[in-house]
Write a protein that binds this ligand. Structure first.
Ligand code: NAD
Ligand code: GLY
Length: 370
């Protein structure tokens, strides 16, 4: 069964289709968006090896020509150098603004290809075909595209909405367990930030989702996408409510930058740990009942995700270094720290101007060096 979730953005509205076998039917879904039946597919080497021939074969069988542009896997691909190479390839292929780029992969490929599409000839359409759970429930929806800078992650980018998202659940069959858990951290995030009933369902159904049981996985993806679509439709440019999607991210980005991207800590793992820390910090500040924070942390830990600093490869962090990273966060304003905190399970809020000394005290309580 295919579920369709609409992202309502006026003339830039689009559908997210969720189901099995969507890659095999790609020509049917992408064809109507094309003037001339020609596309460029951006994918990384791993996705190319596992699923590239299946997508290219399906498109060509449906009369859509597909040129493959293959990049190296990993966060380092979200770089100026790779962006330049990708735009160069799109120019060599003589794509024009009526053609489409297909971003076939995880969040790395989606962010890079989406940003290239945003700036290529001042903007070309693109379709997201996410192949990781994280990309299906989060990064392929909502139009945030970016590359990283030496100063930090996702600092150079644009809002550019896809024309369509095809979330084919069969892609997840080949996803390593660790990557599945990373995506599950984002699924938990939706329950924690805005849907207590979904969170409660995940407390029971989490093992089935992580065991890739079809019904549980489909429900987890569909509910996550529904929540993201609703929030993005209300606040596309993150002027307000969309910031709630950053639950856990102030801690996560600081930890990723400190550990080194792609090293010991993956983005989804950092988000899971960040959500646990955001709930504990909320309880520390007296904003959230301690038992809610304990349940949030338990749900993260039960998924096999790190929920404490001590579990990271080198669990020793300097509070000062983490505070320095947090001050560079995109949400920081004039050096004042911003966090997404929680009042209870399923109710997050944005807290601006959070006192640095309170954060320091919390981090030291979490095991960071003073
Ligand atoms: P990723 O794209 O690096 O993919 C993770 C790994 O899984 C890669 O090695 C990839 O080759 C492999 N892979 C992908 N699909 C596979 C499949 N079907 N089978 C087997 N292996 C597969 O990482 P990710 O976790 O998908 O995305 C993380 C990125 O997303 C980060 O750069 C993050 O900043 C970004 N992100 C963006 C947004 C947004 O709104 N734009 C939101 C969240 C995260
Ligand atoms: N992943 C956060 C957002 O899309 O806003």
């Amino acid at each position: 069964m295919t579920v369709a979730v609409r992202v309502g953005l006026g003339p830039r509205s689009y559908e997210v289709l969720i189901g099995r076998g969507l890659v095999d039917a790609a020509a049917e879904h992408v064809g109507p968006l094309l003037k001339r039946r020609r596309t460029a597919i951006v994918m990384d080497e791993t996705v190319d090896a596992l699923h590239g021939p299946r997508l290219i074969g399906a498109l060509e069988a449906g009369g859509v020509a597909a040129e493959a542009i293959v990049v190296a896997p990993g966060e380092q691909t979200k770089s100026f150098a790779e962006l330049e190479r990708l735009c160069g390839r799109l120019l060599d292929l003589e794509l024009d603004r009526s053609d489409l780029v297909l971003a076939f992969g995880g969040g790395v490929v989606g962010d890079l290809a989406g940003f290239a599409a945003a700036i290529f000839k001042r903007g070309i359409g693109f379709v997201q075909i996410p192949t990781t759970l994280l990309a299906q429930v989060d990064s392929s929806v909502g139009g945030k595209t970016a590359i990283d800078a030496p100063q930090g992650k996702n600092l150079i980018g644009a809002f550019h909405q896809p024309r369509l998202v095809l979330a084919d659940l069969s892609m997840l069959d080949t996803l390593p367990d660790r990557e599945l858990r990373c995506g599950y951290a984002e699924v938990l995030k939706y329950g924690l930030l805005g849907d207590p009933a979904f969170f409660e369902w995940l407390e029971g159904a989490g093992p089935a989702v992580l065991a890739r049981e079809e019904g549980a996985l489909a429900r987890a993806v569909a509910r996550s996408v529904e929540m993201k679509a609703e929030i993005v439709a209300e606040d596309e440019r993150e002027a307000g409510r969309r910031a709630l999607l950053n639950l856990g991210h102030t801690f996560a980005h600081a930890l990723e930058a400190q550990v080194g991207f792609d090293e010991g800590l993956k983005h989804g793992e950092a988000v899971g740990l960040g959500c646990a820390m955001a709930f504990r910090f909320s309880a520390f500040l007296g904003q959230c009942p301690a038992q809610d924070a304990a349940r949030a942390c338990q749900a993260v830990a039960a998924a096999g995700l790190p929920s404490t600093l001590a579990e990271l490869a080198d669990g020793t962090f300097s509070a000062e270094a983490l505070l320095g990273r947090m001050a560079q966060d995109k949400k920081a304003e004039g050096g004042a720290l911003t966090f997404v905190l929680a009042r209870r399970l399923g109710e997050a809020f944005v807290a601006k101007g959070v006192d640095r000394e309170a954060v320091r005290g919390f981090l030291i309580g979490e095991g960071a060096r003073g």
